[in-house]
Structure formats: C-alpha cells, structure tokens
Design a protein around this ligand. Structure first.
Ligand code: HEM
Ligand code: HEM
Ligand SMILES: [Fe+2]
Length: 479
C-alpha cells in the first residue's frame, strides 16, 4: 500500500515553496520551546547551566525564534494561498527558492552565534556580528540588512503575482498590509545612544506588528481558510476583513501609547494610550461574536432542514482556527485590557503579569492559526478531500493549549503577588523585587509554569508526529 502514497499533489511551485517555509517554522518552534524550558528551569534553579549557557541568551533565543518561526509560517502561508487566490503561479519561483535558502542559512548562523558566542565586548562589532540587543529583534546588523533584502524579494513576488492574477479582496488587503508590515521593520533598525528614543522606535515594530499589521494578516488567513474549510461566503468574510482593517488600524496605531507611559515620552501619551488601547479589544470581540453567531445560525438552519450542518473539510485546521478566535480574544483582548490603563500599568509594568499576557496573546492570536495553516497545506500536499482529526491531532491540540493556558494562569498568579507585594506594599524598590521573588506564591507560580511548559512541549511533540503522518494516512484511507 505504502508505495502508492503520493507525497506531492501540489500543482504550483509557490505552494511547494510554502511547504519549505512551514518545515523550517516547525523546527524553530521546537527550538523556541526548548529554550523556554531552559529559561524556566533557570528561574527556579539559578545555578542550572551557570556560566555555560546564560539565562539572557536562552531568553533571547526563546523570543527571537518565536518571532522568526512565525514570520516563516506567515511567508509559507502567503506562498501557499497565492495560487488559490490569484489563480496563477507566483511570478518568480526560482528567486523565491533562492531567497528561502539564503534566509535559512542566515538564521542558522545567527542562532549558532547566539548559542556558542553568546555575548560580545559591547562595541560596534557586537552589534554587527552578534546581537543588536533589541528584545524580539535581536538579529545582528548584517542579518538585519539581509532580512530586508529577502523580504523585498518576497514582496516583489507577491505584488507582481497579485498584479498579473485575479485580484480578490483578500489579496488586496494582504498586499497592502504586507507593505506596512515589512516597512515597519525599518523603524527598528536605526541606532541611537538615547534609550528613550531607541525604545520609542522599537515599539513601532513590536506593537504595530502584533496589534495592527499581524492582526490584519491573520484576518486574511482566517478569511481564506474559512472559505476553504467550511465554504464560507466570500462576501461575508471579506466584509469583516475590511471592518477589521478599519478598526484595528485605527485603535492599534494610537494604542501604541500604552508602551509610552514610562519610557520618558511626554505625559499626553497617558490619555492617548489609555483611550485608544482600551478600544483595541472591540474588533477582537466583534469578530468573536460574529464567528459564534454565524456558527449557531448555520447549525440552526441545518437542523431545521434535518441536515448534519456544515461539514468541515479539515477538522484539525478548523480546531486551530476556532482556538484562534478564542485565544486572540482571551490573550490579547482580556489579558491585554487588564493592564492597559496607566492607573493599572503603573503597578503591573514589567511583572510576570506582562509575561502571562505575552504568552497567551502570541500563542492565542498567532501560533494557533499558523498551525491551522500547516494542516491546510498538508491536506493540499497529499491531495486529500476531507481530512479528519486523528486522536493524535486531538491530544496534540489539547495538551498544547492546556499547557499554554496553564502557564498563563501560573504567571498571572505570580504577577499578582508581584503587584501586591513588590509594587504596592514594598514600593517597587530593588530590595522589594528580591523579597517578592522569593515569596511562596511567586515561586509556586514559576514552578507551575515549568510543569505546564513540559505539558506544552509534550503537546508540541505530538503535533509534529501528527503533522508528519496525518496526510499520508488520510490519503491511504481515501484511495
Ligand atoms: C495578539 C496581540 C498581542 C500580542 C502578541 C501582544 C504581546 C505583548 C508582549 C509580548 C508584550 C511584552 C513586551 C515586552 O517584552 O516588554 C506586551 C505588552 C503589553 N501589551 Fe500586548 N499584545 C497583544 C495585544 C494587546 C492588546 C490588545 C492590548 C490592550 C488592550 C495589549 C496591552 C499590552 C500592554 C499594556 C503591554 C505593556 C505591559 C507592561 O507595561 O509591562 N496588548 N504585549
Ligand atoms: C515550553 C513552553 C514554554 C516555556 C517553559 C516558556 C518560558 C519562558 C520564559 C522562562 C520566559 C522569560 C520570562 C521572563 O523573562 O520573565 C519566556 C518569555 C516569553 N515567552 Fe515563553 N515559554 C514557553 C512557550 C512559549 C510559547 C508557546 C510562546 C508563544 C507562542 C511564548 C512566548 C514568550 C514571550 C512573548 C516571552 C516574552 C514575555 C515578556 O517579555 O513579557 N513562550 N518564556
Ligand atoms: Fe501594545
């Protein structure tokens, strides 16, 4: 039987290139989690790998691998969906493949330097060769410039294909949004000795990515995926996409102010940041309500007709898409809103509470839907008509989500203790920080974070096995 398995049913080079990006993405995701586990152990046992592997490096690789794997999966998703949306092959597949290899070689070198060289002398040479020292965007300058070149190639390919092919609403939003997304990267490339100015521009990338351009980006993915999986009506998903663009760009851009409260920028940011960032969850909630409403309505109509309801053509992808709607709402909407007013943020700023929000939001809003896109791409790769969740898919989804939720809750409890003891009671002094770090609630919260991190990792391992086997098995069952 196995000899008849066809491992490549994709008709377009573009989709094959998409798969190349997905493969690297999942490897980097694994590396991210391993580094997180090392850092989490070091929180509890500071002597772990002392003078061998620094906490700061584990943390740097953890969060940079996070950003890079997500960018890989995002590029992979774009290459995968372009032929479906535009009805044609990407204009320059050869250059796209070359860019992929250049980028992947560069990422490998950067990670090896992080792991083996770790820190430099603190001169210009360190910025060029080791690490620019910017959280989430730590790539050394040479790689920074390389990334810009590779992204230009990518953007050229997407834009030229869009111009030559069919121009759907989804692709129009995609092309415009990608330009903003790529352009914002430039804001984080300059260098100044003034830490306030440096942070000011650095937030342009981080905040305007995750709270504006990335949100719109995953909106386009969700629209595309919903059409593919449950045959959603294009007019409806595209209408919501445009509304999302309008609202998220509106609130997301001035919501930037919630990062300007305490970095030395003028005080008018308190009011601007408070008002606009508080409005940010509105589109998230609207989307969430709409998804649930549509779902319920459809089921109701189907029931009245005595039908089973919409049959999903890819249940594991749909599972992760629904997780995205919930996760985005919870991690970004709820956990974000919690600490976004300056009156609250003055106590919660930079505590484990922030970390709880960071984990829940990055996972809920982005990891989920990108994993969904991987399942969709695997369905295409094996030419499967209906891909059903296996028990492995279900365990993988359950353990990964349960693990991340558990980490988020554990960190929230630690953060709460930090707010009450370190900030409110003891007045946020250096001493207060260490006192709070050693209290039972904090330590237990960090211990639970580690336990739940292990659960997350087990979920991830099952996910990899499932991604590697589900397409083959579904194809064998169908033929
Ligand atoms: C998917 C969307 C989002 C992602 C991925 C995200 C991620 C993050 C991350 C990683 C940080 C920590 C940054 C650091 O290391 O200093 C952060 C900070 C913050 N986020 Fe979000 N966020 C999202 C949406 C939101 C929303 C919608 C709100 C408000 C309603 C919000 C409010 C905040 C605030 C106030 C901070 C600063 C915390 C502090 O002062 O320590 N976030 N976010
Ligand atoms: C094996 C599971 C994981 C473990 C053990 C883990 C552990 C850690 C640790 C120890 C830190 C440093 C926190 C600090 O400096 O206070 C961290 C930061 C971070 N991790 Fe994870 N992590 C895991 C999975 C994830 C996942 C799945 C995501 C998102 C998809 C994620 C996103 C982040 C972010 C955004 C930060 C920076 C938070 C901030 O600056 O506030 N991690 N993680
Ligand atoms: Fe923000």
């Amino acid at each position: 039987m196995l000899t008849s398995i066809k491992t490549n049913e994709l008709k377009f080079e573009s989709q094959k290139i998409g798969m190349m990006y997905f493969r690297v993405a999942i490897i980097l995701f694994g590396a991210q989690l391993l580094m997180g586990l090392i850092a989490a152990v070091q929180f509890l046992y500071p002597s772990f790998l002392f003078e061998i592997f620094d906490f700061s490096v584990a943390r740097t690789v953890h969060i940079n691998a996070l950003v890079v794997w997500m960018l890989y999966a995002m590029i992979g998703s774009v290459y995968y969906m372009i032929p479906d949306e535009t009805g044609r092959e990407v204009v320059a597949p050869g250059i796209a493949k070359l860019a992929f290899w250049v980028l992947t070689a560069a990422v490998t070198v950067v990670v090896l330097v992080y792991i083996f060289i770790q820190v430099g002398p603190g001169t210009e040479s360190s910025i060029w060769l080791i690490n620019e020292g910017r959280e989430y965007l730590a790539a050394p300058r040479w790689a920074d410039i390389g990334i810009v070149v590779v992204v230009l190639v990518f953007y050229f390919n997407v834009f030229a294909t869009y111009l030559k092919g069919e121009r759907t609403g989804i692709m129009t939003v995609m092309v415009a949004n990608l330009l903003a997304l790529a352009g914002l990267y430039l804001a984080g490339m300059g260098y100044t000795d003034n830490i306030s100015m440096d942070q000011y521009w650095w937030w342009w990338v981080i905040h305007l990515w995750v709270e504006a351009t990335w949100e719109v980006f995953v909106g386009t993915l969700a629209a595309y995926a919903l059409i593919k999986i449950i045959g959603a009506k294009r007019e409806i998903v595209e209408m919501w996409l445009w509304i999302e663009v309008l609202m998220l760009f509106g609130s997301g851009i001035l919501g930037l102010g919630h990062h300007y409260f305490w970095i030395g920028t003028p005080e008018y940011w308190w009011e601007i940041g408070a008002l606009f960032s508080a409005l940010e969850p509105v589109p998230l909630i609207a989307m969430f309500v709409h998804v649930l409403y549509d779902w319920g309505k459809e089921q109701g109509i189907a029931k009245a007709k005595g039908e089973p309801g919409t049959v999903s053509s890819n249940t594991p992808a749909m599972t992760w898409l629904v997780a995205n709607a919930f996760g985005n709402f919870l991690g970004a909407g709820i956990w974000g809103f919690f600490h976004t007013l300056p009156q609250v943020n003055i106590y919660t700023h930079g505590t484990q509470f922030t970390s709880a929000h960071g984990h829940l939001s990055f996972f809920g809003a982005y990891a989920t839907i990108l994993i969904g896109m991987m399942y969709l791409a695997i369905q295409g790769t094996y030419g499967v008509k209906r891909m059903k969740s296996t028990s492995l898919s279900k365990w993988a989804a359950f353990l990964t989500m349960f693990g991340v939720m558990g980490m988020g809750i554990a960190l929230t409890i630690s953060g709460y203790e930090q707010v009450l003891v370190e900030r409110a009671e003891l007045g946020a002094t250096w001493n207060a920080f260490f006192t709070a770090q050693n209290l039972t609630w904090m330590v237990q919260g960090l211990a639970w974070r580690l336990v739940m991190g292990v659960v997350t990792f087990v979920g991830f391992a099952l996910l990899v096995v499932d991604l590697l086997s589900i397409g083959k098995n579904a194809q064998a069952a169908e033929r």
